[in-house]
Design a protein. Structure first.
Length: 363
């Protein structure tokens, strides 16, 4: 494959990363959680809304980045590469815990330990050695074992696919204790818990395999056709499996992995095909720019949102005041959406400034 083709496909992956990051910020920062369009909310339990695809897509891109980083470190000894994997995973995990603790006004007694970055760190820690050191067919076998094994593990729970009775919740309670996991469902249950990280490893590995096929494939169209076929097959398998193993983002069920992984493949194919259209080039450049500093932009979005809640304005916070100001001109739901879009725009401007200064923040 030519250098130009490899660069073009890398651009599509960078665009997908930036687009996914923009959507993560959009759904995480509405003006008011009481005024949100349904597609911008997670499914209540079983099933999947468009929002439920965003985090799997980001893990898919983590796997993609793993492919490129592995090619740049082939000369390093195995021990050095493994040490780098552990170091990066530990740093990302630590940043995630610090984000949970910010603004550091409460003690550690109720500090939530799991989280989005923590899930990414652990998935990367487990996926990277498999991607780098296990041959292709064996990688496929490991992915199948993880998905089927997770299905079997969940059967150990009193009520395998319920909020209260799943072994996913029981395992996190045993490891962390109720005080250190998410309470958003009215009881201690963490959607980024330890046990459900196992199938998320497959999500990252799918991103690695997709990128390998795109970059190393002898024929552009054959590679795209193979990915499109794989995407359709995975989506259908996820839907067929659903009656027996429900699609569920909170449990990160194996059917959810197949559905969202297949969708990620199809989106990636579409982005590659659209690259040649002149009309999309400015949009591509904008999203690719946002995707060049994903960790920094994501952390900034959480810190900025929490900081706005800390700043008192009138009887509320700066966050609430900004939303209320928009709500004077728009309906509550549209004002909430506009707030989120403006929040994304602020971070795009930060990404633009970083691009202009040629700053790439990585760990």
């Amino acid at each position: 494959m030519s250098e130009t083709s490899a660069h073009r496909r890398f651009l599509a992956l960078d665009v997908m990363r930036g687009l996914t990051l923009a959507l993560m910020i959009l759904v995480n920062t509405p003006g008011s959680w009481n005024a949100v369009y349904a597609p911008l909310l997670h499914a209540d339990w079983h099933g999947a809304t468009p929002t439920d695809y965003i985090f799997p897509f980001f893990l898919f891109i983590v796997g993609s980045a793993l492919f490129f980083s592995s090619r740049s470190r082939t000369a390093q000894p195995v021990s050095a590469r493994l040490l780098n994997i552990v170091r990066r995973s530990a740093l990302i995990f630590l940043i995630g815990v610090l984000l949970n603790a910010f603004p550091f006004t409460e003690g550690v007694a109720t500090l939530r330990i799991p989280g989005v970055l923590q899930r990414i760190a652990l998935a990367y820690l487990l996926a990277a050695p498999i991607a780098l050191f296990v041959p292709g067919l064996w990688r496929g076998g490991i992915m199948a074992v993880l998905l089927l094994g997770y299905w079997a593990i969940l059967q150990l729970g009193e009520d395998p696919y319920s909020l209260q009775g799943s072994v996913v919740r029981q395992f996190d309670l045993w490891v962390f204790g109720a005080e250190h996991i998410w309470q958003g469902k009215g009881l201690a249950f963490d959607p980024e818990g330890l046990l459900s990280t196992l199938p998320s490893v497959v999500t990252a590995l799918l991103g690695f395999e997709a990128t390998r096929i795109l970059v190393l494939g002898a024929s552009r169209w054959r590679s795209l056709g193979l990915l499109a076929l794989g995407g359709v097959v995975l989506v259908l398998l996820g839907l067929v499996w659903h009656p027996w193993f429900p699609i569920n983002k909170y449990l990160w069920t194996s059917s959810f992995v197949l559905l969202t992984g297949g969708a990620a493949l199809l989106v990636l194919v579409a982005l590659v095909l659209l690259e040649s259209w002149p009309a999309v080039k400015p949009v591509y450049r904008g999203f690719a720019m946002l995707g060049k500093n994903p960790l920094f932009i994501y952390v900034l979005s959480i810190v900025l949102a929490k900081t706005l809640y800390l700043i008192p304005v009138g009887e509320g916070s700066a966050y609430q005041w900004l939303y209320a100001s928009l709500a004077q001109w728009f309906s509550p739901t549209n004002a909430s959406l506009l707030f989120a879009l403006l929040f994304v725009a602020v971070h795009w401007l930060v990404a633009w400034w970083l691009e202009r200064k040629r700053i790439v923040i990585s760990i």
